[in-house]
Design a protein around this ligand. Sequence first.
Ligand SMILES: [Zn+2]
Length: 265
Amino acid sequence: MRLKRLADLKKSAAPEICLAALPQKIAMTPFAREKAFTINALVRTIYGQSYEWYGFTLAWQQQPELIVDIGLPVNEQNQDQYVSLAAEQIAAFREALPDAMLINGWIHSHGDLALQHFSAIDAANQATVLDYVTAQLWLPVAKVEVGIQDLVCLTDGSWTEADLIPGSVTLITDVPVRSARLWETEYGGFCYAVVIGDDGWHEQEIHYKKRGILSGRTFVSHQAAEMILVPDGRQLTAADCEALAEEVRTRLSPVPSIPAKLEGL
Ligand SMILES: [Zn+2]
């Protein structure tokens, strides 16, 4: 027999079956998309220049993967190139939502900045939103075998505390068994991230988090994602725009940026 290359001898991944697929693309209604860009336009009209702002992408509980609306929370501080958010702000916004809706991600604008991608600050904000959103959106996504190096099998009624000392995992069964395989459910969640700009550009990512119910193993990953428009018949009306203008007026707090040389004065 031929010797395998070292790479081939690497331990293979744990056996796994898929229970549910997390979204690979970001589905959004035309209404939600138009609303996002309308906020950009309103910021320029109302404040006379572009500012960053952030909002939440909203879905119906029944269809958590489809963005049907954009929620604009109170933005504590909008600067021309920096916006930040905290878990308390997300929780406060969630409290005010109807029970039938949930937050499935966040959206923010870079206004007229040249940076047409997610920034390092965005990544920090993203971690905050991912934790919050996935905590509300866990679903069983996979069943994965848990590799156990030294399993000890004991039988009910014939073991003592001393028998519990050896081994990394002890299984006590009603009839004697010599070996067992353990599979755990992995719960997973996703969180959308969308960044847009005044010129109509947009970029999206989907962030994922999975955790094994037994082992507690947690995996976090993300990928760039395509946006697909899924019409739901709703259109942005003049009344919607008026209400949105009022929200932009009352919920954003633009502050001019301070040039670095003036800081500390
Ligand atoms: Zn950003």
